[in-house]
Design a protein around this ligand. Structure first.
Ligand code: KG4
Ligand code: ZN
Length: 342
């Protein structure tokens, strides 16, 4: 354990297809951030193959952790705690990180802190914005989650809205596959859409009755598939860039609408974005324009901290650690862990 009063946490993330480790000081300063992405491997299959992900995590995790420690110029015993994502995510993938973190914490006699993956995404905003403090409104848009939450305090959330079906990233990935862009769809649609006309096709912007802050993307996905089928039946050419841009415009409109509506209703002057889709250029631009109009401050992490990484887990872990949270060596992976649960 370090003898200065700074808290340095070794954090591990393996919930999906990134094997990642980082050392974070006082929840804000990234001393190292190592990510081994398995994306190329899964691209061959058009999506994440859980069994392959687990095997690759096992192969890479020690190398990634050693590099995170050496990049930070530290030994494990100089850390104050070991943190790990224990849910939600793929059970086999999560277990690799959890088992590794438990072994390291036990061997070095360090406390273990289990971290919620989505709490990690939200906390990525603390890494580059030293003045950011709760309360604020946060839109979490990742491959598995779409949540609009009030971050009431560190580790304390009130969920205002969520998706009834697909997550925003999932919709991107499915539509990308349908228009022949492959996995992962988000960054590919983002790029191709820059060449297209967002008004070319009028795709639906779904509202969920009685739930003003909820989302639904399955109707939009079906509308894109119908459009493609109809065009094929009529032997009409499909302009990939126009489909991508029009789909993206529909997603962004809905995300911006719900977020701004909540910011107005609850009087928030700070809005943060989190999760893989938060690196989307159209979402950033659309949200920025809407926020500027209403004098709302918009915050988002750099792209490297939007998609899965361990620095965000180290940031979230710091506040849990300071609140006295300690996970025993009985910590287990919880694939469907809900936000706000322990
Ligand atoms: O947060 P993340 O790395 O993993 C989960 O926790 O799910 O998010 C991955 C998701 C994928 O669906 C990917 O297509 C999407 O984020 N994504 C993007 C962009 N970069 C990643 N979606 C839209 N535009 C992007 N630039
Ligand atoms: Zn994630």
């Amino acid at each position: 354990m370090s003898d200065d009063k700074d808290v340095k946490i070794l954090a591990i993330e393996s919930s999906c297809d990134e094997t990642a480790a980082a050392v974070v000081k006082n929840g804000r300063e990234v001393l190292s951030n190592v990510i081994y992405s398995q994306i190329d491997l899964h691209t061959l299959y058009g999506g994440v193959v859980p069994e392959i992900a687990s095997r690759k995590h096992i192969e890479k995790i020690n190398i990634v952790i050693e590099k995170a420690l050496s990049d930070a110029g530290m030994e494990l015993r100089e850390c104050d705690a070991v943190a790990v994502t224990y849910g939600p995510g793929l059970v086999g993938a999560l277990l690799v990180g959890v088992a590794e973190a438990k072994a390291m914490a036990y061997a070095a006699g360090l406390p273990l802190v289990g971290v919620h993956h989505i709490e990690g995404h939200v906390s990525a905003n603390f890494l580059e914005h030293p003045d950011l403090k709760p309360p604020f409104l946060c839109l979490i848009v990742s491959g598995g989650h779409t949540h609009l939450v009030i971050v009431k305090d560190y580790g304390k959330y009130e969920i205002l809205g969520k998706t009834h079906d697909d997550a925003a990233g999932e919709a991107y990935d499915k539509v990308a596959r349908a228009i022949g862009l492959g996995y992962p769809g988000g960054p590919k649609i983002d790029k191709v859409a820059k060449e297209g006309n967002p008004k070319a096709i009028d795709f639906p912007r779904a509202k969920v009755d009685e739930f003003p802050y909820d989302f639904s993307f399955s109707g939009l996905k079906s509308a894109v598939l119908n459009y493609l089928n109809q065009a094929e039946m009529k032997n009409e050419p499909i302009v990939q860039a126009d489909v991508a841009a029009s789909f993206q415009a529909a997603v962004v409109d809905v995300l911006v609408d719900r977020t701004i509506r909540a910011a107005k209703e609850y009087g928030f002057k700070t809005v943060a974005l989190a999760g893989g889709v938060a690196s989307n250029s159209a979402l950033r631009a659309g949200m920025k324009a809407a926020c500027e109009k209403r004098k709302i401050e918009l915050i988002y992490p750099s792209p490297i901290f939007c998609t899965d990484n361990a620095a965000m887990i180290g940031a979230a872990a710091y506040y849990e650690y300071m609140n006295g949270v300690r996970s025993g060596l009985s910590l287990n992976a919880v694939p469907n862990l809900k936000l706000g649960e322990r």
